[in-house]
Design a protein around this ligand. Structure first.
Ligand SMILES: [Zn+2]
Length: 135
């Protein structure tokens, strides 16, 4: 046991992994070390996992959207006094074109996308230069 300023603290072994934990209150009989607590609580990034709101993509751009609970939104702004007055907006899943692209087509598309991006970048740079040096 290590020396601590306070004699009322003790060192105990974590009851999960056996790691020594210092500065445990003297009344404690078991202790869980910070590592195991972390494991129990879960790592912070797990908390940021997106929870599906059940709302469609772009719902906050819709003139009017009513969620399942009857909350009414006008362009994404909640309208509390309209709550429950309207039927929930039916979420129609966007019809995805199921035309399967071949691997070759995917590569061609990707190539074209890159080309477009490059064109844009070049134009941007030209605009930038024109703007700076005039005509
Ligand atoms: Zn532990």
């Amino acid at each position: 046991m290590e020396e601590t300023n306070l004699n009322s603290y003790q060192t105990l072994a974590c009851r999960k992994c056996g790691r020594w934990v210092d500065n445990v209150g003297e009344t404690a009989h078991t202790v869980i070390c910070s590592y195991c607590v972390q494991l129990l609580v879960g790592f912070p990034e797990e908390k940021t996992v997106k929870v599906s709101s059940g709302r469609p993509v772009g719902w906050h751009f819709m003139n009017e959207f009513v969620d399942k609970k009857g909350n009414v939104f006008h362009k994404g702004v909640e309208q509390p006094n309209l709550k429950g007055t309207l039927p929930p907006t039916k979420i129609s899943k966007p019809k995805v074109k199921t035309k399967r692209r071949t691997k070759e087509q995917i590569l061609i598309d990707r190539h074209n996308e890159k080309k477009q991006a490059l064109k844009k970048a070049i134009k941007k740079q030209k605009d930038f230069l024109n703007h700076n040096f005039g005509d």
